[in-house]
Write a protein that binds this ligand. Structure first.
Ligand SMILES: C[S@@+](CC[C@H](N)C(=O)[O-])C[C@H]1O[C@@H](n2cnc3c(N)ncnc32)[C@H](O)[C@@H]1O
Length: 263
């Protein structure tokens, strides 16, 4: 499964985030909420894609390293960024290397998020910050400005068994053992020129898998119903949210090998 997800993003790399600056906007919001770096503070961005978080964090003054499992994504980050092909659950860095680790809209795509979190904890310096975003539940008071989510729910019955990406994952449980845990919802609203542009946007990131997995006749029907919905609206707006979670690695636990009695 994980290799399917990576292959999808590898294929989409050249069009990813090029139709609307969706991921770039969430990346900026995420980086804006990081603490101001001390000189030389090192940040690792895992699952960096086209660098939405990584470039924004560099603008804030962090010394940034980016990793992604999709070689085509990494090729597009180089040489501007120090970028490496690496799976999130197997980070080839020594223990305690980074002051901050970020992961923008990637943890929910992983087969084994716990393995990634354990690697993040290992490469963070004691007391270092982990910040990640995921789609998660609809925040209170949030309203979608298009009917795509209802269509995704309605059409999911036409998917072959075993479709989808990622594994069930409880964000706060994943941060067990981290301190100063926070949860914040981030919101993005982007004007969209026409209905076809929003359809095209859905084809350039993870939702593409949904459409690739649908029988062609159902895919055409989804497109027609989405465009009808959008064309009935006065203006077309892409309004979405993401949840930002942050936590600090415990100064004690992440330097102690498992099983060592601290007393
Ligand atoms: C939705 S994109 C997010 C990219 C970027 N963080 C952003 O905010 O635009 C997910 C990224 O995770 C990468 N990815 C998926 N599975 C991965 C894995 N197991 N290890 C590392 N990267 C992975 C994909 O190649 C893709 O670039």
């Amino acid at each position: 499964m994980s290799s399917d997800v990576v292959a999808l993003f590898d294929r989409l790399a050249s069009s990813y985030d090029s139709v609307l600056p969706f991921f770039a906007s969430f990346g900026r919001l995420t980086a804006d909420r990081l603490p101001a770096p001390a000189p030389g503070d090192r940040l690792l961005d895992v699952g960096a894609g086209r660098g939405a978080v990584a470039f924004a964090a560099r603008s804030r003054g962090y010394t940034v390293t980016a990793t992604d499992a999709a070689p085509a994504m990494v090729a597009l980050l180089r040489p501007e960024l120090d970028a490496h092909v690496m799976y999130a659950a197997s980070l080839d860095f020594p223990d305690g290397t980074f002051d901050v680790v970020t992961a923008g809209l990637v943890v929910h795509l992983l087969d084994d998020p716990a393995a990634m979190v354990s690697e993040v904890r290992r490469v963070l310096k004691p007391g270092g910050l982990f910040a990640f975003t995921v789609p998660g539940r609809v925040p209170e008071g949030f309203e979608f400005a298009d009917g795509a989510n209802e269509l995704f729910a309605a059409f999911s019955v036409h998917l072959p068994p075993g479709g989808g990406m990622g594994a069930p994952f409880d964000e706060l449980e994943a941060l067990a053992g981290f301190t100063d845990v926070t949860e914040t919802d981030l919101r993005v609203e982007l004007p969209v020129g026409d209905a076809g542009t929003l359809w095209e946007w859905f084809q350039t990131h993870g939702s593409r898998k949904f459409f690739d997995d649908l029988p062609p006749v159902r895919r055409d029907e989804f497109r027609r119903r989405l465009l009808d919905d959008l064309n009935r609206r006065d203006r077309i707006v892409l309004r979405r949210y993401a949840w930002l979670y942050t936590g600090r690695s415990s100064p004690l636990t992440n330097v102690m090998p498992t099983g060592v009695d601290r007393n």
